[in-house]
Design a protein around this ligand. Sequence first.
Ligand SMILES: [Zn+2]
Length: 107
Amino acid sequence: MFEQQKKELEKLQKELQTRLDHLQKDLSSAHSSDSDEQAIERENDEVVEKLRDETELELSQVRQALKRIETGSYGQCEQCGEAINPQRLAALPYSTLCIQCAEQSAT
Ligand SMILES: [Zn+2]
């Protein structure tokens, strides 16, 4: 069950991990001593930090989904326990809510 999703999630996990490594490297790279340059770099850092946070969040969702495949709870809505629409899972393999619950929690 869910072999396809598992493969996709594992691929996604690798991609996100690679992206995260790059972003971390970006953030820890040495800054120039020029104060004008530093201002630009600080702005850039904020963008990179935001990206890193988003990537981390996505990565943790992917990890959770993989765990749910192992434990057999994958494909079930966390809120109402109903099966999540397969089309939704195909589009968003780490979704944990069915469409109804996702819409409810979004409003
Ligand atoms: Zn639901």
